[in-house]
Write a new protein. Structure first.
Length: 603
């Protein structure tokens, strides 16, 4: 078995810092990896040695380090390392070994007459013991920045010409990959990296093949074990059924294109992401009338190539091979019309430019809109931890939580982890432990921790986009209780959203049955974020003295911060409408839901 050579043994290596053992997650399914100290040398299957450099990214499931071949100077490779038991890296490694040989990639490029292809390949792989735990690692070429960074910096939009170039490049990768019998199933901005070095900025690379799987060519058989796999925002209708298809990859690309062009996906606007079957339904409705749906997203005119592409995708059958040339032709024609060359560095700076059809939301690229978006990007992050209401009985103290900016309080890891795939739970808690907030070690997703309220230029197309104030998530500041921890049983119909957007989810905990009873645990400091104005009713056990004095029913309004005394026995959270009043069913008041109980438990 290849072994880890500690820095002492590696010639010319600076002493490695002592690694703090990574926090082990609770999940039995996916553990986060141990931290690999800088300077450690991994030996691969063919006895090649790789010196570990700085950590450059943490995905949902593993950590990525820069790496340098021992004997060379440049850290131009990366090592992706995960505990041996984790499935995704195993899948990714085998996909690369079988299907992404450098020779095959070269041949494909020659056949297609393209200079470069955004298909990564594997340089080496092996196993290593880190802090006594067996890890698997792969070595890959090192790429540059992921494009989600530019998307967020621009206020959730990319220049139209760049979107079309990216579409063409991703279709190239799909064509290569589908030619090997596999689909990717998880395309998103954070999985698209620019090349490094001279000319690198002209090519985008699709990474993360942890969900790669053989596509079906026979019958369409839904597979509950794979249902909803992917990243909820972009997962295709077929993937919601657990069926890997080529059209599914195209659909995922299509949803990303819509976002990159500045519109918000309806299931994001409607905050359905925590409930996969609702997202699935929304996507089905969307694709059933894709032209109409796109018109509502782009009221000033649907970008022509996007319209053609999405319409085409909606008509593909599940086992049909897509016509990649036809799809690319829509985007390249638009580029020609816009007089944007399909070469040179991809340009991520927003500037006024001619639209492909000159009719969709030109204000998106106006200086004013850009400035507005940039301003919004600076605003505090949104973290919709609780999507719907939690409601119980009436006899509680009433605490009003008004919307306000997050002020450094972070949702407790447990709260954030609610409803997250076990892998994500571990990732979140590990990141919390080891990453200072100003470091970009955690891969940031469009709606993730660095996320901002959707920047909505005046002319920007949106389906019922709530105004900024409404979409802001007030963070309940610390409501500390002596009981600190509690177990809450939600009624079956309640959906709790602790998941940060844009995260890959593997169907380990997402149940296709939305009505099953679910138990969530969270740190009962009520240090959670909520996505609307809410009324929090907390019933507390009264201290014996006070109980004797006061009447059984007291309903006192007071601030959350001052409420830290006796143990909580019951909690009632209720959304109020955007103006701060409770409203009624007809005025937008959230319906009450029964049966929320809070139980203390021993840590
Ligand atoms: N070859 C590479 N070169 C440079 N950076 C990389 C490379 N591969 C990955 N990264 C960085 O590490 C991050 C995580 O990588 P990756 O998506 O492969 O991990 P993951 O654990 O599968 O994540 P997830 O499934 O949550 O998307 C990427 O977003 C990127 O920032």
């Amino acid at each position: 078995m290849p072994r880890v050579v500690k820095p002492k043994a590696a010639a010319g290596t600076a002493p490695a810092k002592k690694a703090a053992p990574a926090k082990k997650g609770k999940s039995k399914l996916y553990d986060m990896p141990e931290k690999v100290p800088e300077g450690t040398v991994f030996t691969d299957m063919t006895k090649g040695q790789w010196r570990i450099g700085k950590s450059i990214g943490i995905g949902g499931f593993g950590e990525i380090y820069s790496a340098c071949k021992v004997g060379e100077k440049n850290y131009d490779a990366v090592v992706k390392c995960e505990p041996h038991g984790n499935g995704p890296l195993f899948v990714e490694m085998h996909f690369y070994l079988r299907n992404a040989k450098q020779d095959d990639i070269k041949q494909f490029k020659q056949k297609k007459g393209i200079k470069s292809l955004g298909m990564p390949y594997i340089l080496a792989n092996g196993s290593a013991d880190v802090n006594g735990q067996k890890h698997r690692f792969i070595v890959m070429p090192r790429y540059g920045s992921d494009i989600s960074k530019f998307f967020l910096e621009n206020g959730k939009i990319l220049p139209e010409g760049t979107v079309y170039r990216l579409a063409i490049q991703m279709l190239d990768v799909y064509q290569y990959m589908h030619g090997t019998g596999y689909v990717h199933a998880d395309l998103k901005a954070s999985n698209i990296l620019l090349g490094l070095g001279k000319g690198g900025g002209a090519q985008a690379y699709l990474v993360d093949f942890g969900l790669a799987s053989h596509f079906v060519t026979g019958d369409f058989k839904p597979d509950p074990k794979k249902m909803h796999n992917g990243t909820m925002e972009y997962t295709s209708r077929d993937a919601h059924h657990g069926v890997p298809t080529r059209r599914s990859d195209l659909e995922i690309l299509g949803y990303n294109l819509i976002e990159w062009l500045g519109a918000e996906l309806p299931w994001v606007t409607q905050k359905l992401l925590a409930t996969p079957p609702k997202v699935q339904k929304a996507k089905e409705t969307f694709m059933d009338d894709v032209e109409g749906s796109l018109k509502s997203l782009f009221p000033k005119g649907v970008p022509a190539p996007l319209g053609s592409f999405m319409k085409y995708v909606s008509k593909l059958s599940h086992s049909q091979e897509p016509d990649y040339d036809l799809c690319r032709s829509w985007f390249s024609t638009a580029l020609k019309q816009m007089k944007i060359p399909n070469s040179g560095d991809l340009d991520f700076k927003l500037k006024p430019q001619t639209s492909s059809n000159n009719n969709h939301s030109p204000a998106k690229t106006s200086k004013v809109a850009v400035a507005k978006r940039a301003k919004k990007v600076d605003s505090p992050p949104v973290n919709s931890s609780i999507e719907e209401i939690i409601s119980a009985s009436e006899d509680e103290e009433e605490l009003e939580v008004l919307p306000r900016k997050r002020q450094g309080t972070r949702p407790s890891p447990k709260a954030r982890a609610a409803k997250v795939s076990p892998r994500k739970r571990v990732a979140a808690s590990s990141a919390e432990q080891s990453t200072p907030p100003n470091q970009k070690r955690i891969k940031t997703e469009p709606n993730g921790t660095k996320s901002t309220p959707k920047a909505t230029p005046k002319s920007s197309p949106r389906l019922g986009t709530p105004n900024a104030a409404k979409s802001q998530t007030p963070s309940a500041s610390k409501l500390q209780t002596p009981s600190a921890s509690a177990k809450i049983n939600f009624s079956p119909a309640i959906s709790l959203r602790g998941r940060q957007g844009g995260k890959t989810v593997v169907n380990d905990d997402l149940t296709p049955n939305p009505r099953s009873n679910k138990t969530y645990e969270f740190n009962f400091e009520l240090d959670v974020s909520m996505d609307a104005n809410v009324i929090v009713n907390v019933k507390r056990k009264k201290p014996a003295k006070e109980q004797a004095k006061s009447s059984p029913k007291t309903s006192t309004s007071r601030s959350l911060a001052s409420c830290i005394d006796s143990p909580v026995t019951r909690v009632n959270l209720r959304k109020v409408n955007g103006h701060g009043d409770e409203g009624s069913p007809s005025t937008g008041r959230s319906p009450r839901t029964p049966a929320v109980t809070v139980r203390k438990y021993q840590r």
